[in-house]
Design a protein around this ligand. Sequence first.
Ligand SMILES: Cc1ncc(COP(=O)(O)O)c(C=O)c1O
Length: 389
Amino acid sequence: MPYDFDEIIDRKNTGSMKWDGVKDIFGEEDLLPMWVADMDFKAPEPVIDALIARAKQGIFGYNRKTDAYDEAVIKWFKRRHNLDLRREWLCFSPGVVTGLNLIVRAFTEEGDKIIIQPPVYYPFYHVIGDNKRIIIENNLLLKDERYYMDFDDLEDKVKDKKAKMLFLCSPHNPVGRVWKKEELIRLGEICLKNDVIVVADEIHCDLVYSGYKHIPFASLSPELARKSITTVSPSKTFNLAGLQTSVVIIPDSEYRACYKKMLNIHRASHINTFGMVALEAAYNYGEEYLDQLLSYLEGNLNFLISYIEENMPQIKVIKPEGTYLVWLDFRSVCADYEELNQIMIKKAKLALDPGYWFGEAGKRFMRINIACPRTILEEGLRRIREAFK
Ligand SMILES: Cc1ncc(COP(=O)(O)O)c(C=O)c1O
């Protein structure tokens, strides 16, 4: 069936973080929200149908994941990513960030160090810091509006005996890189040599633009897979974040036991009734939706690029290879990151994720979420143009 991604759906007063949480986060009421990573589109029809059918059964007791659920995950990753998963590798986590939190607690101790690659998804900072682990920043390098990993710096930092883990964001939020196989292998080998576990957050793996291909970290080699943990979820792909269901892929049996113990300690192992139903339906029947979604998002991305080129060429677009998040470079427009933030809120009346949330390296950048009807995107861009006139 054809999906209508142009449809405007009123999300106000539904408890939506993106729409109703603006005042709390940005201090103003009437901002157009283009922040936080969820989409202003409905989920796929088969998912909605499956949820309605489940709701009608009417009993919402405790759940455990079913074989059909695992099967849906395995088939999806085989079909879409040519990744061979074994059923026993699949562990549960309510959300990916909860999973990262449990992983940190299961595999490291207070005072241990965890490497991240900023500018990067800001909860990585919180998960590490809140657990009293120490952050090592292996900043990405920006060359000609494209980001690269700094392997020399990584080689150097990974030698720290306290460095126990690296959080890889793949595809990368916010810079939109879909890492190449060579890059991932190089990173993996550096970590393997230095006994550092790679935690690959691949939540955006399905959202990749034409010409690019997501390479699952667990597909690189059996050795690299064994020393890695991957987190995935249908939540970004099919707009299901509120259902709190994600998958933690752990090939090594000892690691798995360790993770599951932590999951139980936190009493987090009961799967959400609706999350389970939605994941299964999305992975089994969501392909048609995803293909149409990707084409719509690509249209939005091209629209944004042309609009900025024509109307405000001083803002540089870091063209994403994946994700529906676009990283905008305002460094030649604004000399101060706080001022940039204030202009966005007070003049443009727009809620974007300010770049400094993603680390020092993000100052004077902004992240815009383009997973919305094109008319909303156009309105957001018009507001930026007017504010910086
Ligand atoms: C890289 C990355 N990981 C995790 C999440 C959130 O995952 P969850 O809502 O399952 O905790 C996001 C959401 O934007 C993300 O971009």
